[in-house]
Design a protein around this ligand. Sequence first.
Ligand SMILES: Cc1cc2nc3c(=O)[nH]c(=O)nc-3n(C[C@H](O)[C@H](O)[C@H](O)COP(=O)(O)O)c2cc1C
Length: 325
Amino acid sequence: MVGTVETKAAALEFVRAAALAPSAHNTQPWCFEVEAGRIDLWADRTRALAVNDPRDRELTISCGAALFNVRVAIAHAGSLAEVASFPDPREPDLLARVTWTPSAITSPDAELFEALATRRTYRRKFTKDEVRHGVVRALALAAEREGAWLRVVETVSKRHAVSALVAKGDELQWIDPSWRRELALWMHPRRRGDGLGLPDIAVPVAQLVVRTFDIGHGVGVHDRELTDEAPVLVVLGTLGDEAADWLAAGQALERLLLTGVRHGLQASYLNSPVQVDSLRAKLSHLVDHKGFPQLVLRLGVPSAEVPPTPRRPLEDVLFEPRALA
Ligand SMILES: Cc1cc2nc3c(=O)[nH]c(=O)nc-3n(C[C@H](O)[C@H](O)[C@H](O)COP(=O)(O)O)c2cc1C
């Protein structure tokens, strides 16, 4: 690899890895400016979720996850990545500049590479398999390495309290017609390559149902059950609540998810108590950690294979699509 990693072609491979990251509503709110030996990661705020995520908090977390994937791909290519977060104070949308140099030592992050393509957001019930304490500890360490914190919700009473907040959050979101309209807008046919991909034929009906009916109670009951039964339930948070903290949270999220995949786990999100302002403080009080909850996740062993969610073509995430030429 030494000698080839500084080409533009190598950089494009790293972007390909970045695009596999999870993102809220599968918005893929990122854009990459690619040079030989350098990738600039920009927030694409045209893909923001104004109702669900008014401060672009989850947008920045999603970009942080993509940034972590770039780091993993660089490690896998045998190079050492250097990341400058928010390198230009005049450009708040420029989230990170990544450069790299060939290295004789392989970073342990290279081991996470295989998991990039097999990680899934797994929304079904998990098997009843217990997750070993050592694995849960590895997840916490993964988050902490990236500057976030992780609280494992263990006691039955706390778990019920969190699941009650999730159900309440679902109800408060679904009652809001503008929140439902925004969700419906991101229900796209799979071939579009973004959004919550559905078969072509299902899109109009699904959009109509979501726009028209408040099914928050039913969603809440379902999420409550998933929360109560989760083999592992965690809250990921940060000490601050600004863009730099969100970018760190995204990197922590992706390190945690990929670490989980290596141990046979997948994850899904129960974020409504973080997204609804009035519930976030209650969640914070419940988990009793200094700072700000950013994400609520359940993890476990999946009981079935789920197909990958679609992604946009590479040229759509490049600042300068001619970079592909
Ligand atoms: C910051 C963030 C927030 C998310 N919030 C939710 C959520 O509230 N509910 C949910 O089902 N999925 C949520 N997701 C998962 C995305 O929907 C998922 O990543 C996307 O559809 C792509 O699918 P994949 O993760 O399987 O690649 C979130 C992902 C991120 C990064």
